[in-house]
Design a protein. Structure first.
Lengths: 348, 582
């Protein structure tokens, strides 16, 4: 410990070190700047980042995007109820949207200037609190035909409880994967509440495996941890297009799952105008093009709800679908109860 | 987890000169001003502790007993505990307990063996052991977990050998979880045993030889002497594994093997949202972790008291191993390094080159650089604040006054706290109309400071204890003010440990996952969140590229920061080095 050493002159940095420092500064400096908050969009769509970029490019309005899985996104919105941070919400599932509308968290009454198809008009709520963008199906069976003999392929939902499929079926956790709750609710609407519960208990008894979300369930299918994945139709189609050994089986009925956009109730003034322009952009032909090209391995595989917009070619694989329409006013309020039941009796 | 401990005689170096100076120097003019400044410092530290830990944790954890607390209802109820146990917490706790015990049990002999090789053997490559251990310490758990996922991927490096690939598939469940947790716990067992071996005198072994004890009896004697260190290492490894979230969120969630930290996260980050249930789950988890950590702290203190460092201390002579034995040890250590560090990196490296690599590198960089930049900015800020707070706290703890003992206890309790619990507490406490910090970078930075502070304080405790009080008194005799003494005496002498604590905090914060996951502001995902997004997907090539780039960028920053520090610090540097870093 030498006090005099403190007066030693500080040596100059060598050239290589200065260059390295300069390079680091350049990397950090050249990194795209995170934009100042103008329009905050909370979204759970695979193409949302591309849409946000295209929107900024088209309008000059900057977007702060929070991309999360649907479950965590809904939880975040719920946690922020007292102090919401978002301007626009965008995710799959009108049941949760109905709940937010019921709690007066959404701005209602405005309608974008677009032409919906009859299916789109049927999904548009009377109070205009949210706007349907496209439709997928909540539960679709994706079978690994290379591992499962054809005789064991499930064709109906009840086939998943057969002993031949013991431990070979996987699905998402509705607490985390937003699109899975409509599947569970759809089965309960189709079979009746108690019979629906018994159906899932039978699935559990048959070794049903629960994964957090579509991507993890599909990874389990690829790794051979399961042979049948029950996932959202868009994700099933995306992987089936990429992997030749996989086959999509649309068992009847299939719960319709609209993706919806909504604007926050507290959004006002210029931000409200920007939010409406965002909704309008997503529902425009230019926006729909970005949606259909933005996430071909999953969310781009949706059924459009606007006249003049053709579905992507992968949707041709979905033949014989028998859609089931859920009533948001009935199943929205039941979500916490049903999800908790599922957690206690099936997921754990 | 006390990585750095100082023995009693290191902490207090007695000397007649010090005593006489102390007697001569009081009271001096301006002492009242100094005591007022000291009081203000204590108040400021207290306020910081309250904002960082006290208020959020109290409001969150009390929710387990008063579920209506948020809504102003003070009706006690144990319902959240019932809900937590019903909602899968009991199974998750059992799973966590099993894998943590297994990880700690495996990590203990491996850590002890590596520590013995490093301290007591003369193998040529022993100098590589400690850097590898530190690399393992700073490498985030989700990197290792993701390495196993990539290794077993259908397009991964083992795709050509299906039977090996199917064996590797087992790494995606409990086996991989135990293995990853074991590697993450290995540094804790290594450091505990290394510290004990360094401080153990040769005398007991020499006495045993003189008395003609057999080799087996001598080994038993050595093991008995090391028992407190082994127990402390085991407890630290167990607590670390129980608190882990990264492995729980990747390998655990991906295989359906639910762990306790993940269940707590689900209660505050999935539907339906249930803060009281998360609080109840946190209590149950803490009930398992805290006893282990207090046992570890007690054993470490006991071991420190027994150490024989001092004028009569003679370290045991290092052992020169025979060629065959050295070769076997080398083979085993190389194999361990290959599995722990090599395989995950090789798997990522092999997949990073696949796909349409060159076309996607630009896209990869575009998605990673903003996250890297944001994480680095926050990490540098949070680490700087952490070190500024850790230093006075370390001084207070070393003085062993009442405040020091309370702080020491509080730090230990906070170290036991899983990051996810603190993050959940922040969401609840700082999303109120009167504390609207949630959703901003400042809250995330606060969480980073709260999580990094205990470890940084522990790193500084040793060097601060070694700083002789006589230097300050000599400075005062020479007419230096407190600030001048700080600038010309303490900062130069502590520069190296301060920098080490800062760099450790930067790396810890930049890779931090649970708080980042719950608290990141709109549109600004930190590095860990951006990386984890790819881990849970099926885009293997992109995942591998992002991970390697993220790791390379941060390690480059660490190397650069060290080089700059080495050039800017005085030649030769201060004579004080962190205890245990030798």
């Amino acid at each position: 410990m030498n006090l005099s050493s403190m007066s030693t002159p500080v040596p100059a940095l060598p050239r290589t070190l200065r260059l390295a420092l300069f390079a680091l500064g350049a990397i950090l400096g050249l990194a795209p700047q995170v934009q100042a908050a103008t329009l905050t969009v909370y979204a759970a769509m695979g193409y949302d980042a591309r849409v946000a970029r295209a929107f900024t490019h088209a309008t000059g309005i900057r977007v702060n995007l929070v991309h999360l899985s649907t479950g965590p996104l809904l939880a975040r919105v719920q946690a922020e109820a007292a102090h919401p941070q978002w301007d626009v919400l965008w995710f799959d599932g009108n049941l949760a949207m109905r709940q937010f509308a019921r709690h007066r968290q959404l701005s209602c009454g405005w309608l974008p200037a677009v032409h919906y198809t009859p299916q789109g008009r049927a999904l548009l709520p009377a109070d205009r609190c949210y706007f349907p963008v496209g439709v997928t199906y909540a539960g679709m069976m994706l079978v690994n035909t290379r591992r499962l003999p054809q005789g064991d392929w499930p064709l109906q939902w009840r086939d998943l409880t057969k002993p031949a499929l013991y431990g070979k079926v996987g699905m998402n956790n509705p607490a985390i994967s937003g699109p899975t709750y409509p599947f569970v609710a759809g089965m309960m609407q189709h079979l009746g509440l108690k019979a629906g519960e018994r159906y899932f208990e039978r699935l559990k008894a048959n070794g049903l495996k629960i994964f957090p979300r579509n991507s993890v369930t599909l990874r389990a299918l690829q790794y051979g941890q399961i042979d049948v994945a029950v996932v959202q139709s868009s994700a099933a189609l995306g992987l089936a297009t990429k992997e030749p050994g996989l086959r999509v089986i649309p068992a009847a009925p299939s719960a319709e799952l609209p993706s919806d956009l909504a604007i926050g109730a507290r959004v006002q003034g210029r931000t409200l105008q920007s939010a409406r322009r965002f909704v309008q952009f997503v529902l425009s032909p230019a926006g729909q093009k970005v949606l259909q090209e933005g996430d071909v391995s999953a969310d781009s595989n949706y059924q459009p709800l606007l006249t003049g917009v053709r579905p992507v070619s992968a949707l041709a694989k979905l033949t014989g679908v028998r859609p089931l329409v859920l009533n948001p006013a009935q199943w929205g309020p039941l979500e916490p109860k049903v999800v908790f039941w599922f957690t206690v009796h099936v997921a754990r | 987890m006390s990585l750095v401990e100082v023995s009693a005689d290191q902490a207090q170096i007695p000397g007649p000169m010090t005593q006489s100076l102390s007697q001569t120097l009081r009271p001096v003019p301006g002492s009242r001003r100094r005591s007022a400044a000291g009081f203000a410092g204590v108040v400021l530290l207290g306020a910081a502790a309250c904002a960082l830990w006290g208020w959020p944790l109290l409001s969150f954890l009390l929710g387990a007993f008063f579920p209506g607390l948020l809504h102003g209802r003070f009706v006690p109820s144990l319902r959240p505990f019932g809900q937590a146990l019903q909602g899968g917490m009991s199974l998750a706790l059992r799973n966590s307990l099993m894998v943590s015990l297994a990880a700690a049990l495996f990590a203990l002999p491996l850590g002890a063996w590596l520590a013995w090789l490093q301290v007591r053997s003369l193998v040529a490559w022993r100098g590589w052991i400690e850097p590898a251990i530190w690399l393992l310490l700073v490498m985030p758990g989700y990197f290792l977990a993701s390495g196993w996922i990539l290794l077993a991927a259908p397009v991964g490096p083992l795709a050509r050998w299906p039977w090996i690939q199917s064996v590797a598939g087992h790494l995606l469940g409990p086996v991989g979880i135990v293995l990853t947790l074991m590697f993450k716990a290995l540094p804790f067992t290594f450091l505990a045993v290394q510290s004990a071996l360094t401080a153990t005198s040769a005398a007991p072994d020499e006495a045993a030889r003189v008395l003609g004890l057999s080799r087996r009896r001598r080994l038993a004697l050595a093991a008995t002497l090391l028992l407190p260190a082994l127990a402390a290492g085991f407890a630290a490894a167990f607590a670390e594994s129980m608190s882990d979230f990264a492995v729980a969120a990747t390998l655990g969630a991906g295989s359906g093997f639910v762990l306790a930290t993940y269940t707590i996260e689900q209660a505050v980050n999935a539907m339906p949202l249930n803060f009281p249930m998360a609080a109840a789950g946190s209590w149950l988890l803490l009930a398992l972790i805290l006893p282990a950590l207090f046992l570890q702290a007690w054993l470490a203190r006991r071991a420190a008291g027994r150490r024989s460092l001092g004028p009569r201390f003679r370290p045991a002579a290092p052992l020169r191993l025979g060629r065959k034995a050295a070769g076997l040890h080398g083979l085993a250590a190389g194999g361990l390094a290959l599995v722990a560090l090599g395989l995950p990196l090789l798997a990522a490296g092999s997949l990073a080159r696949g796909g349409t690599a060159s076309a996607n590198i630009g896209a990869t960089l575009n998605s990673l650089l903003p996250a890297f930049r944001y994480s680095l900015e926050l990490a540098v800020l949070a680490a700087s604040v952490t070190v500024m707070l850790a230093w006075p706290i370390a001084v207070a703890v070393v003085k062993r006054g009442r405040a020091g003992r309370i702080l020491d206890f509080a730090l230990l309790a906070v170290m036991a706290l899983p990051g996810i619990v603190l993050a959940a507490a922040y969401v609840l406490a700082y999303n109120q109309p009167y504390t609207p910090l949630y959703g901003g970078s400042s809250l995330l930075a606060m969480a980073y400071v709260a999580l990094a502070l205990p470890a940084a304080t522990k790193v500084l405790q040793g060097p601060v204890a070694q700083l002789h009080q006589g230097f300050n008194e000599a400075a005062r005799v020479h007419g230096l003010s407190r600030l001048q003494a700080l600038r010309h005496v303490e900062i130069p002498l502590l520069a190296r440990p301060l920098f080490s604590a800062w760099l450790l905090s930067v790396l810890h914060v930049a890779f931090e996952l649970p708080a980042s996951e719950l608290l990141y502001p709109a549109g600004r995902p930190p590095l860990a969140v951006a990386l984890l997004d790819t881990v849970s997907g099926v885009q293997f090539h992109q995942q591998a590229r992002l991970q390697l780039l993220g790791m390379a960028l941060l390690l480059s920053f660490a190397v650069l920061a060290r080089a700059v520090f080495a050039r800017l610090s005085t030649r030769g540097g201060p004579a004080i080095a962190p205890a245990g870093a030798a």
